[in-house]
Design a protein around this ligand. Structure first.
Ligand SMILES: C[S@@+](CC[C@H](N)C(=O)[O-])C[C@H]1O[C@@H](n2cnc3c(N)ncnc32)[C@H](O)[C@@H]1O
Length: 112
């Protein structure tokens, strides 16, 4: 989703996401949380890139203590509305991943 620099564009992009892709992505949430299992005593769940808080709200309903992380204040405002009770954090995961894929590993082996 392209987001221009003006604050009102960011707010309308967040609204557009919430009304379009978020409901499509929500279908995967039960399986995602099934994979996480039942919340253990003292455990908490980090919803990184929470967007409008779909995963956070569902995790909360399953008894998780949830921290919802997103760099977008417009998204966090929606998460606050949709998942009241989660801890909201404005921030971002590092932009790069140091994970090596199987393919890149194979390439580096054959090229050396
Ligand atoms: C495609 S939306 C997914 C939202 C939500 N997880 C869902 O399933 O509906 C991606 C979200 O990740 C956030 N995001 C982008 N870069 C990020 C980063 N580096 N760390 C954490 N969140 C990030 C965006 O602001 C956006 O809200």
């Amino acid at each position: 989703m392209a987001v221009a620099g003006r604050p009102e564009d960011v707010w309308s992009a967040a609204a557009a996401y919430e009304e379009s892709f978020a409901p499509l992505c929500a279908g995967a949430v039960p399986a995602l949380l099934d994979a996480a299992g039942a919340p253990a005593s003292g455990a908490s769940l980090l919803d990184a890139g929470t967007g409008p808080g779909t995963v956070a709200a569902a995790a909360l309903a399953r008894g998780w203590a949830v921290t919802a992380l997103d760099p977008s204040p417009a998204m966090l405002a929606r998460a606050a509305r949709n998942a009241p009770g989660v801890a909201l954090v404005e921030g971002a995961l590092p932009p790069t991943c140091r994970c090596r894929t199987r393919r890149s590993t194979r390439q580096s082996r054959t090229s050396s």
